[in-house]
Design a binder for this molecule. Structure first.
Ligand code: SF4
Length: 449
């Protein structure tokens, strides 16, 4: 999802470079499609690295697509305390016209810089006006410019629902950022927003999408209505809510709104305010949330099994290890007999490995060597499994806990070394893409365990 992309800018004449810089730079803190960039200058060589708001996003089948990530305007009338674009901030302001965004998208697309657009905006003038402008962009792109690439559009809370619905007919995905997990925190840090104003459009679009799908099935309508669904983002650590509270909201969003993804953005103090912490939340907490999120979406866990409402996730090891340590009476499971559900709950066995085990054991009795070939993380898994009756794990829970922590520390050390080689661009999450291999990178991005 996150990557550095050095975008050479040649002959961009429809939108000024200054405006482009402001609008792409202002968009970079949205991790649901994180942007990054480089301040690297051309020192006489080939190309011209420049912060131009291009980022990468992954499709469900694992393809990586590059997107132009930009705000229509950063000239906000709201005053969210954590936001560099808030009305009270003294920052350069810019607003693009719908045609400027359309031209830029087409220009970048034709040059093969991007495959799609991620378009958001500050609330400029009022929600309806902003949403009308965003709608104009997506409508023009589809109907006048003939653009069929991917479009992720940020919706504007409190805008007329009819505008949202119209936009949903042109965009592939829409998202409304929940931002903060409780009404109390919203009141404190984003006084012009309320939980209802953020959740209502999501709920309405979920219902309308279901209706559209049904009508399309009956051949009563044609076209699309948010084929890639909805996502949202929460800031972690700006307010005191615990991971348990955040994940309960996440679970409700997945179950009731059928959201495709919830993104977590560890708080980074980019603005000074007495109501805000002066320290970063840290990547590890964000990473644990992604791992817990993965357990909710793919491994059949409920949030109640993972963490109590008032607690944070353990940082020493991943949430599946934490759950397994609390439930040692359920282990070890025999690899040659365990059900898919049981395998998915073993630390170190992921979804793909579990499927491979089920398939392979139909033909042969599996051994520890077989598991190594399947790339099962035996450092963790061996304490929770037997293979053909054999057990190679530690003897008691204390020993298992210690070994899991040291296994985790080893992995973290590798990650830290990689991070330390990289420049700090301010967008914390983007560093994670630069893990040593594709599997690690995907794991960091998704939380896959
Ligand atoms: S609405 Fe709030 S978060 Fe969005 S741009 Fe304006 S101040 Fe920033």
């Amino acid at each position: 999802m996150f990557d550095f992309l050095f975008v050479p800018l040649y002959n961009i004449d429809m939108i000024t470079q200054e405006k482009l810089t402001i609008l792409t730079e202002s968009a970079k803190y949205d991790v649901s499609c994180s942007s990054s960039g480089s301040a690297r200058k051309n020192a006489g060589g080939v190309g011209n690295g420049y912060i131009a708001g291009c980022c990468h996003s992954f499709t469900p089948d694992g393809r990586c697509v590059s997107l132009l990530k930009i705000l229509l305007s950063n000239d906000c009338v709201y005053d969210c305390k954590y936001c560099p674009n808030r009305v009270s901030a003294d920052v350069p302001r810019a607003t693009a016209t719908p045609d400027e965004i359309c031209e830029l998208t087409m220009d970048f697309y034709k040059r093969n810089y991007i495959e799609g657009l991620f378009l958001s905006s500050a609330v400029t003038k009022n929600p309806d006006f902003t949403m009308e402008q965003l709608l104009l962009v997506v409508k023009k792109l589809r109907t006048e410019y003939g653009f069929h690439g991917y479009i992720h559009l940020k919706g504007i809370p409190k805008a007329d629902p009819a505008l949202n619905r119209s936009a949903a007919l042109y965009a592939d995905r829409m998202s409304y950022n929940v931002e903060l997990p409780t009404e109390k925190s919203l009141k404190l840090l984003a006084p012009q927003k309320s939980k209802e104003s953020l959740l209502l459009p999501m709920k309405t679009l979920t219902r309308e999408r279901a209706q559209f799908v049904e009508e399309k099935r009956k051949k009563q309508v044609s076209g699309h209505f948010l084929p890639a669904g909805q996502t949202t983002q929460m800031i972690v650590g700006a307010t005191p809510e615990a991971d348990g509270q955040i994940l309960r909201l996440t679970q409700a969003l997945y179950r009731k709104m059928q959201l495709k993804r919830v993104y977590y953005s560890s708080y980074v103090p980019v603005v000074q305010d007495s109501l805000l912490p002066d320290k970063c939340t840290g990547q590890l907490r964000e990473h644990r949330l992604y791992q817990a999120d993965w357990l909710l979406r793919f491994y059949g866990f409920s949030v109640e099994e993972i963490v109590t409402e008032g607690e944070n996730l353990a940082l020493e090891y991943d949430p599946k290890c934490a759950w397994a340590l609390k439930n040692m009476h359920l282990f070890p499971v025999e690899i040659n007999r365990a059900s898919l559900e049981e395998l998915l709950r073993v630390p170190g066995i992921g979804g793909r490995s579990a499927q491979k085990i089920i398939q392979a054991r139909a033909y042969t009795t599996l051994t520890f060597e077989s598991l190594v070939k399947m790339r099962v993380a035996l450092k963790r898994a061996k304490h929770f499994i037997t293979c053909n009756g054999k057990f190679f794990g530690a003897k008691n829970e204390t020993a298992v806990r210690g070994l899991l922590i040291s296994a985790e520390n080893g992995e973290n050390a590798v990650q830290e070394n990689l991070f330390s080689l990289l420049p700090d661009t301010g967008a914390v999450s983007e560093k994670k893409i630069l893990f040593s291999d594709r599997q690690n990178a995907l794991s960091a991005l998704t939380g896959e365990l």
